[in-house]
Ligand binder design. Structure first.
Ligand code: ADP
Ligand code: MG
Length: 236
């Protein structure tokens, strides 16, 4: 029994600039990603990880190649459809939390849930992230790890099929970083979302089902972990 992949990329190529200044950020990526798995994407700075994540999330489009999501060709989707895809199916988490400073935790999450089809309440999403007591705090009243957990609550409240995380622990100390990874792991387990985590910290790879190594805009290697290490057991 094989499940069809949630994402299917064929020959995905992204070229920035032209002529002398041309950069091949992606250079023919073939990749399948499956519903419910937790994938860690490793690779040197500049190897194309963020470019791939942005294309998966409909923030950017490839120059060549194709990308299918749940059987749909996103490469030929118009802007309206891509907007709908981002809104309904994708949650993003970045290194910097991008919370609105003048809004409380609850209001930051509500901003997104108001646009979504079948969202959790902001209270439910924030409680899931251990912030049930901090609903009415402003970002400036929260630690870095707490702010990142508000950002995760905001990303998951719309119940996305896909959670894309670009260096989610990049700005955090080890202890806080691990707490944030535990929160992401919990989302994967409880909602069944496909989770992709970009990191340059190879230790994080042990919490994944699969580890994809990126090099020069290509998939260099894919490894299946026989067992997932709980994020709580990580240290670096
Ligand atoms: P990574 O996330 O692995 O560090 P990126 O995907 O951000 O790598 O970048 C891959 C390559 O593409 C780099 O050489 C980077 O400078 C280049 N690049 C990324 N985004 C742009 C852009 N908007 N314009 C021009 N070059 C870009
Ligand atoms: Mg990057």
């Amino acid at each position: 029994m094989t499940t069809p992949p949630l994402f299917q990329a064929h020959g995905l190529t992204k070229i920035y600039g032209a002529g002398e200044s041309e950069v091949r950020a992606l250079n023919g990526v073939d990749l399948e990603l499956f519903a419910g798995e937790l994938v860690v994407l490793l690779g040197a700075s500049g190897s194309g990880k963020s470019t791939l994540l942005n294309i998966l999330g409909g923030l950017d489009v490839p120059t060549e190649g194709s990308l299918h999501y749940a059987g749909e060709d996103l490469t030929h989707a118009d802007e309206k459809r891509l907007t709908q895809y981002r809104r309904d199916s994708v949650g993003f988490i970045f290194q910097f939390y991008n919370l609105i400073p003048s809004l409380t935790a609850r209001e930051n999450v509500a901003l997104i849930t108001e646009l979504a089809e079948n969202p959790m309440s902001p209270e439910e999403a924030l409680t899931m992230m251990g912030l049930g007591e901090r609903l009415d705090n402003f970002p400036s009243q929260l630690s870095g790890g707490e702010q990142q957990r508000v950002a995760i609550a905001r990303a998951i409240a719309k119940r996305p099929q896909v959670l894309l995380c670009d260096e989610p622990t990049g700005a955090l100390d080890v202890k806080t970083g691990i707490a944030v990874l535990e929160a992401i792991e919990q989302v994967n387990r409880s909602t069944g979302a496909l989770v992709v985590i970009i990191t340059h910290n190879a230790v994080i790879a042990s919490m994944a089902d699969r580890v994809i190594r990126f090099s020069d805009g290509r998939v260099a290697n894919i490894e299946q972990n026989s067992q997932r290490q709980p994020a709580a057991a990580l240290s670096w």
